[in-house]
Design a protein around this ligand. Structure first.
Ligand SMILES: [Zn+2]
Length: 54
């Protein structure tokens, strides 16, 4: 399962979530630090590396 990284726009906290692809499309995570819903996904190096695997 891929790990997605999120960043909270309110407090700047960065956290990881493990999600299925389908789950990720519908996911609305909240910041574990301040409970804000203003959270955006961060493209990670880990994700790019696995996607480019040949
Ligand atoms: Zn936050």
């Amino acid at each position: 399962m891929p790990t997605y990284e999120y960043r909270c726009k309110d407090c700047g906290n960065v956290f990881d979530r493990v999600e299925h692809l389908a789950e990720h499309a519908e996911a609305h995570p909240i910041c574990p630090k301040c409970q804000s819903k203003q959270v955006e996904p961060v493209p990670t190096a880990f994700y790019a590396k696995t996607a480019r695997k040949s």
